[in-house]
Ligand binder design. Structure first.
Ligand SMILES: [Zn+2]
Length: 465
């Protein structure tokens, strides 16, 4: 028994109990923070006991959804696993997750058979890789985040290379072949690589909107696209050298997107259905399928797990308000917003002026305090499809201006209060209508609270289930 580890576990658990008694719900970081003070290597000491595979999942967008899908597949396969909750993806969050699984001695029950599934923040990857020595390391995508967070895609790419340098040399890395910024992680990696990607010409876009233009790391050349699905993601090749999208072991095809679900096919597994929609969620599913395959989980568990996954908090929730279906599509950064707009365009199926959309912009800390990122979002993509719109949030006027430039119709309301926004939406729609709400994070929380206050019968998923 490691006395320091046991003391750290005890201190962390006590802090967890204390914060719960004080009513600070959701303070998942505090126990880990306290425990790390006692044993700075607590994540390594607890995490490395897990012998059923240690998996790290990271990426700008989709890491929460991807790891939730892997969790469902593990459950279907009957494999014991430990999974950190959304929002606890820094080292202290990993420590919190692990210490509540440990006995007072610091030993994790059934550790040898248990899989560790960890969603990890981009910047936490090097520390997590050093501590956990992962056997599987999955990268979903690399987009520019909010302007005031990491600043540069290259900073994140450098952190990821540092993480790979710290990872075991025989780890399998799971990479998105369609994202050249992720694909370049294979350069210099001597261990196994499992590639995933999408093969569906119908979902290629001709639209040349703003996207995170990157240059080839090898030669500085530009990327050209035989197919571009969204942003810089697609069938790319370098115009200056022979680098190009790799052949994929896990390939999604025959994609069909519905309002609440997507279906697609993966060779070796067959037709799959999941209650999540959007091309970006199909990518998340493909990443999860890769991880499951590397872990040796059977195709039946993969299909069953996908069918059971539920949307993460605010990602794809539906509330019923006076007969209207209010669909929340949280956007946390320009790339996420672009993916949502592309989804709206796809759901409209070419019908002009049919969509009913509310866009909510806040500029509090969790939203990103610099709202100029809205100018990097291609609201133009859905301009023709939008028939009615409403604008809300603390910075509603800025958003209204942006949408005016994007060619959207004049909004039915430009208001700050969620109550006034919902009143305007109800006034401008009829029972049975589908209304898409595209909020930033805190705007989503405010609107959700107002929906709950009105008793909107919602298929709301509880945070962390
Ligand atoms: Zn090149």
């Amino acid at each position: 028994m490691n006395a320091r580890l046991a003391a750290a576990v005890a201190a962390g658990r006590a802090a967890g109990l204390g914060s719960r008694l004080l009513g600070r719900g959701g303070g998942t970081a505090l126990p880990g923070l306290v425990a790390e003070r006692v044993d700075p290597a607590i994540v390594a000491h607890l995490g490395r006991q897990l012998g059923g595979g240690r998996v790290l999942v990271t990426g700008t967008n989709g890491k929460t959804t991807t790891s939730r899908i892997v969790a469902e597949i593990l459950r279907e396969a009957g494999r014991p696993f430990i999974h950190n909750r959304e929002g606890s993806n820094l080292m202290r969050g990993l420590a919190s997750t692990l210490l509540f699984e440990a006995r007072p001695t610091g030993a994790i029950p059934r550790a040898r058979r248990t899989t560790g599934l960890f969603e990890v923040d981009e910047a936490t990857c090097p520390a997590a890789a050093r501590a956990l020595a992962p056997g599987v390391f999955a990268f979903t995508n690399l987009f520019r985040d909010q302007l005031d967070r990491y600043g540069e895609v290259d900073t994140v790419a450098a952190l990821w290379r540092e993480a790979l340098a710290a990872a075991p040399k025989d780890a399998t890395i799971v990479l998105n072949a369609d994202d050249p910024s992720v694909a370049e992680l294979a350069e210099g990696w001597s261990g196994p690589v499992h590639w995933f990607g999408l093969d569906d010409a119908a979902f290629a876009t001709e639209y040349a909107g703003a996207f995170d233009a990157r240059w080839c790391r090898e030669c500085g050349g530009n990327f050209a696209y035989d197919r571009r699905y969204f942003a810089h993601v697609g069938w790319w090749r370098c115009t200056g050298c022979d680098r190009r999208r790799a052949a994929t072991q896990t390939t999604g095809s025959a994609l069909r997107l519905g309002l609440d679900e997507a279906t697609f096919e993966v060779e070796g597994i067959g037709a799959l259905r999941m209650p999540l929609t959007g091309t970006y969620n199909v990518y998340n599913a493909l990443a999860a399928i890769c991880v499951a395959r590397v872990l040796g989980l059977p195709p039946e568990a993969i299909a069953a797990g996908l069918a059971k996954v539920r949307p993460a908090f605010g990602r794809q929730e539906v509330a019923e308000l006076e007969g209207r279906h209010i669909r929340l599509l949280l956007t946390k950064n320009p790339a996420g917003a672009n993916q949502v707009l592309r989804l709206l365009e796809q759901l409209a199926g070419g019908a002009q002026g049919t969509l009913k959309v509310a866009v909510l912009l806040n500029d509090r800390f969790a939203d990103g305090q610099d709202v100029s990122w809205t100018w990097d979002v291609d609201y133009e993509l859905a301009a023709g499809e939008v028939g009615s719109c409403w604008v809300g949030g603390d910075r509603a006027e800025d958003m209204a201006l942006r949408l005016k430039y994007a060619g959207w119709p004049a909004p039915g309301a430009v208001v700050h209060e969620p109550a006034a926004l919902l009143d305007a939406i109800v006034a401008g729609t009829a029972p049975g209508d589908e209304v898409f709400v595209v909020p930033t994070y805190t705007a989503m929380l405010d609107l959700r609270a107002e929906l709950v206050r009105r008793g909107a019968v919602g298929r709301f998923w509880e945070r962390g289930e």
